[in-house]
Design a binder for this molecule. Structure first.
Ligand code: NAG
Ligand code: NAG
Ligand code: NAG
Length: 335
């Protein structure tokens, strides 16, 4: 992971190339022409070599990689981990999918929704989240003003169409989906559906990932019930959560999220619940972060960092309020 991103490599190359061009000026015109011609051809080859393109050299699914990452880097999410692996594996091994893959990730802050999106991107695109085929839209950042939603709508549709035209294997991540204008959600519906083509473009190989806190409360409630009953968290099954999540999302009149017909049209292929994280998971996150930073994993420091977080509900203090979200800055402080 220490290699320079392609753009930096390209700039370095161009710099050398331009410097060479200055030297070339001191030769006679014919030599210069030859030099420049050869240089341009070479430049093009090198540019193609480093520049990300929509082909197998830059895009290829690594199923073993995703499985290993989910197992080693995601903590406390046995249900999400299983669904994600199955969903992405199934979709990527189908040469002729009937619709794009649409995943809706639900759960409280810091439980790993963004992180999982990143793991999927990293095992699909050589450039991971830096890939020019991965697009992240954050409601409060990209579509902040409800009054301008007509403009956003046109823009978003153009972006999706333009990018999928460029590369059918494009990935779109919508963060804070529950804060998105219902009309805006409606406007992307056609792209998620079972169409062979829309205006000559097929969206069937694209991947859409929606992230939201919607349904987080019901997931927490279930997890807490299991905990209070002294039952093992790993006994929680998808069916304990699935209807609950889709119902609470659907019936929540506060968020415009699924007021649209995303649910009744079955455009979302998988609802993926993320459980609230306990103290021991936070410790695991800290240890993993230390390892990622090249530090020696230190149980004592991990405990200090984990103890520094706030847990809820107030009486039992079982789940971390911010999940694993703030441990990075805390770790900076303690090491
Ligand atoms: C897939 O991921 C595994 C585990 O991270 C790694 O060892 C392997 O080299 C990867 N394969 C490819 C083709 O990148
Ligand atoms: C692709 O999406 C990005 C936003 O992520 C946008 O800026 C760009 O214009 C889109 N490209 C095309 C060709 O529409
Ligand atoms: C949502 O429903 C609740 C209870 O049915 C109601 O009190 C509240 O005003 C509603 N909110 C909106 C935005 O419609």
């Amino acid at each position: 992971m220490t290699s320079r991103p392609p753009t930096v490599r390209l700039h370095l190359f161009l710099h050398v190339f331009l410097t060479a061009g200055v030297l070339v000026n001191t030769f006679d015109p014919i030599t210069t022409t030859v030099f420049v011609g050869v240089g341009a051809a070479l430049g093009r080859t090198i540019y193609n070599y480093f520049h990300e393109s929509c082909d197998a050299k830059w895009i290829g699914f690594n199923a073993t990689g995703l499985e290993a990452d989910l197992q080693r880097k995601l903590f406390g999410q046995h249900i999400a981990s299983r669904i994600i692996l199955k969903a992405v594996n199934g979709f990527m091994s189908n040469d002729n999918p009937k619709k794009p893959l649409v995943l809706s990730l639900h759960g409280w802050t810091g439980t790993g929704k963004n992180f999982v999106s990143k793991l999927i991107a990293e095992n699909l695109y050589k450039e991971g989240m830096d890939s020019s085929f991965v697009h992240v839209f954050t409601s409060t950042l990209h579509f902040p003003h409800p009054s301008q939603y007509d403009t956003y709508k046109t823009q978003l549709q153009q972006w999706i169409k333009g990018n999928v035209t460029n590369c059918e294997r494009s990935m779109f991540i919508f963060d804070e989906m529950d804060k998105m204008h219902p009309g805006l959600i409606d406007s992307i519906k056609p792209y998620l559906d079972y169409y062979e083509k829309l205006d000559g473009v097929s969206y069937r190989k694209a991947i859409f990932i929606f992230l939201s806190n919607a349904g987080g409360d019901s997931i927490i409630k279930t997890a807490l019930e299991f905990w209070k009953a002294g039952r093992n968290r790993e006994e929680i099954e998808l069916r304990d959560l699935e209807t609950l999540v889709s119902l609470s999302v659907f019936n929540n009149n506060e968020s415009g999220f699924y007021h649209t017909s995303l649910i009744d049209r079955h455009l979302v292929d998988f609802f993926v619940p993320f459980l609230p994280l306990e103290y021991r998971h936070v410790v695991q996150c800290v240890l993993a972060e230390m390892e990622a930073r090249g530090l020696k994993p230190d149980q004592e420091v991990a405990d200090i960092v984990a103890k520094d977080l706030v847990y809820f509900p107030k009486s039992e203090r079982v789940f971390s309020v911010k999940g694993c979200k703030t441990i990075e800055s805390k770790l900076d402080y303690y090491t």
